[in-house]
Design a protein around this ligand. Structure first.
Ligand code: ZN
Length: 156
């Protein structure tokens, strides 16, 4: 914050506005907390603690939406999308859905994440269909075949 939100005077080092005497201490403390949580988010990212990174970044963004925090959010979404596509390629649909769920906490309305989630759902339904048809082929068809071949005395 560089200017007083009440009177637009330039802020000096004091927590009181030099022009209108507004108490800016709560705003200054909130900005410090946002910076702290953003720093923690970057640290967790470096240590590959993605869930903790997202938690810290969510705190930071709720306190103040700085350009750096928004850029980190975009970066995480891009990176996670690549990971999710990699998982989907290996047909690991449930881990992909779990990762998408984690990411959606950060940015619930991301079009990219929503599209990936829709794609994962589509693959999930198709894999269930194909596993159902595998099951039918392995279990149901032999039974049907057996029933077809079975001679019933009163069939004719
Ligand atoms: Zn002021």
């Amino acid at each position: 914050m560089q200017r007083c939100p009440c009177c637009n005077a330039r802020i000096r080092d004091s927590a009181l506005c030099s022009r209108c005497r507004a108490d800016l201490s709560a705003i200054i403390e909130t900005e410090k907390a946002a910076g702290f949580w953003l720093f923690k988010a970057i640290q967790y990212r470096k240590e590959s603690h993605i869930e903790k990174c997202i938690d810290a970044l969510c705190f930071s963004l709720r306190l103040k939406k700085t350009t750096l925090a928004i850029n980190l959010c975009d970066f995480l979404i891009q990176q996670s999308s690549q990971d999710v596509l990699g998982l989907l390629e290996k047909k690991q649909i449930i881990p992909a859905k779990q990762q998408l769920y984690t990411m959606r906490r950060l940015y619930p309305f991301s079009e990219q994440l929503q599209q990936l989630n829709g794609f994962a759902d589509y693959l999930l339904v198709n894999s269930q269909k194909s596993s159902l048809s595998d099951w039918a082929e392995n279990h149901l068809n032999p039974i049907l075949q057996f029933l077809k071949n079975k001679q019933y005395p009163n069939a004719d």
